[in-house]
Design a protein around this ligand. Structure first.
Ligand SMILES: [Zn+2]
Length: 199
């Protein structure tokens, strides 16, 4: 009998492929008013690759030229398939959503959202997943996600989604200006300082 890695089990392969398709569908459905139609078009033809953590680290090095960071569960480069580790099966759906969101983000999102970019990606992923990470479960960017979640509540989800998916920071900037003029309180000023740099 030949022992197989989980990633080589046919049933799991099908499960991953179905989940990958479902993730693209769910993100497209939830954020359809924000995602430009042409960006969604090619994603189903570019399925994510599910790899052992060892293979993931190898592909990361090959594609980025850098050593993979510790605990890497997935990565995506622009216009190429996402790579997902199958080491922790329970975390795979969250990682797929996170990486697929990166693919659907505007090329300007990272620059516009700055230090909030990963946190916003994770906050949107958990929203689509529809389930908060439970105590003791592995989850990506928990601290960044918490900050991004507060920021999204503060300025409104639409403003964040416009910047994230459309690269349009005007609504975010308008929300910031409005808050500064309406509530010039010390606590608010602290919150405003947490906002990303805007252009
Ligand atoms: Zn990410």
């Amino acid at each position: 009998m030949k022992l197989q890695k989980p990633s080589e089990t046919p049933a799991l392969r099908t499960y991953f492929a179905d989940m990958d398709k479902a993730a693209v569908g769910a993100i497209g459905e939830r954020f359809k008013e924000f995602i430009p139609a042409d960006r969604l078009k090619n994603l189903p033809d570019m399925p994510s690759k599910f790899e052992s953590s060892q293979d993931l680290r190898k592909t990361y090095r090959a594609e980025t030229g850098h050593k993979a960071p510790d605990g890497l569960t997935g990565f995506t480069r622009p216009d190429s398939p996402a790579h997902i580790s199958v080491k922790h099966l329970a975390g795979v759906p969250e990682t797929v959503l996170h990486e697929r969101l990166h693919q659907m983000a505007s090329p300007d999102a990272k620059r516009l959202l700055g230090k909030h970019y990963e946190g916003v990606t994770q906050d949107l992923a958990i929203e689509v997943l529809g389930r908060e990470p439970q105590e003791g479960e592995l989850t990506g960017y928990p601290v960044e996600r918490e900050r991004a979640h507060s920021m999204r509540k503060l300025v409104g989800s639409d403003a964040v989604c416009r910047a994230y998916f459309q690269g349009d920071a005007k609504p975010l900037k308008a929300a910031l200006d409005r808050m500064a003029s309406e509530r010039p309180l010390a606590g608010m000023q602290d919150k405003i300082k947490e906002l990303p740099p805007l252009e």
